[in-house]
Design a protein around this ligand. Structure first.
Ligand code: PBG
Length: 354
């Protein structure tokens, strides 16, 4: 669309001074890109979360997240090549195990044969260029579904929990993970993991991505269905951050940076962009991750399915907003589709922004 400010002068209305005329600065795609620096979307800005099972039945759709499945190791091996072809650079692994594997302390989280350990080994053998991040938490491995071990009265046993998740992180690191990402929210776990990695001679190879700013959100509902990790009683408000707190969020980020976190995350995404910006400003030298969680995925899916908006356009807006807020990396279940769109854009002459 062309634009003209000539009429104002002839009708005697307000005439903006020349330096207030902004439209000329973004009148074509290249100019629009120049005005949008640090908000570009490249394949390396996206991480794909994957649910890995020990089931051999292949690919099992997650009902609450249409388009998302859980994969057995062989099914994952089949699925990854096309994604790599589309430019996938990184995955975030979650294990899903049957209830027979679960106990009150989540001991299977550290097992040598856990689905995550087997998936890391398969990926590092078959697809060595892929960067593997592993979620570290007990909720998928405990019978009660909480993220840590509990005292008899049901409260969190922080010391026992930190010991267990540190062992879990080491099991993943030894199997070949590039990044361990504690999402449990126990106090002191980043320092414990950094120390353990150093003791094992792995500190130069394995980094720690802290889910430092993780809120006690209703947006995690579909994930708990996918990972079979809903708490059997109570909720997670005693260890995940209160929704209105930005002070605690900053203290948690500062604490994790002091303990040696290599990268930081804010989670969920869309309602917490203020914290992406302020935490990124506070720690500009650490890569900032944002997690577009399961509930955000489902909400956007259903909105598009109901004809409220076009999925591609709305995702372009949401992801650009996340980048503008300061996110370097976006964790999204939409990654496969985004990679395909980016690839099409790259090959189509004069293509629009994503
Ligand atoms: C494990 C964990 C959760 C998510 C990531 N890691 C669930 C929770 O904390 O309740 C949520 C991810 C999503 O909703 O997509 N603690």
């Amino acid at each position: 669309m062309s634009d003209s400010n000539d009429t104002a002068a002839t009708t005697g209305q307000y005439t903006p001074p020349a330096h207030h005329l902004l439209h000329s600065g973004y009148s074509n795609d290249t100019l629009r890109r120049w005005q949008s620096s640090n908000t570009e979307l490249h394949p390396h800005n996206f991480v794909l979360p994957l649910f890995v099972t020990e089931d051999v039945s292949g690919e099992i759709p997650v009902v609450s997240m249409p388009g998302v499945s859980r994969y057995s190791i062989p099914a994952l091996e089949q699925y990854l090549p096309s994604l790599l072809d589309d430019g996938l650079t990184s995955v975030l692994l979650f294990g899903v195990v049957p209830s027979a594997r679960k106990d009150s302390v989540g001991s299977y989280s550290c097992a040598a044969g856990s689905p995550v350990v087997l998936a890391i080994k398969m990926i590092k053998t078959k697809f060595p260029s892929l960067t593997v991040i592993c979620d570290v938490c007990l909720c998928a491995y405990t019978t009660h579904g909480h993220c840590g071990e509990l005292h008899e009265d049901g409260s969190i046993n922080n010391t026992a929990s930190v010991n267990r998740i540190t062992a879990q992180a080491l099991a993943y690191a030894k199997a070949g993970a590039d990044v361990v990402a504690p999402s449990d929210m126990m106090d002191g776990r980043v320092g414990a993991m950094k120390q353990a990695l150093q003791r094992e001679g792995l500190s130069g190879k394995v980094s720690v991505l802290s889910y430092a700013v993780k809120f006690s959100s209703s947006f995690y509902g579909p994930f708990r269905d996918a990972a079979e990790s809903a708490p059997a009683f109570g909720d997670r408000r005693c260890y995940q951050l209160p929704l209105g707190s930005s002070g605690l969020a900053h203290r948690a980020a500062a604490r994790d940076v002091a303990e040696g976190a290599d990268m930081l995350m804010v989670k969920p995404g869309m309602p917490y962009l203020d914290l992406v910006r302020s935490v990124k400003d506070a720690f500009p030298h650490l890569p900032m991750f944002i997690y577009q969680v399961s509930g955000e995925y489902a909400m956007l899916h259903h909105g598009a399915a109901a004809g409220v908006f076009d999925l591609r356009k709305i995702l372009s807006e949401v992801f650009t907003g996340m980048r503008r807020a300061g996110a370097d990396v976006i964790i999204s279940y939409y990654t496969p589709r985004v990679l395909r769109w980016l690839k099409e854009d790259h090959t189509a002459a004069g293509s629009p922004l994503l």
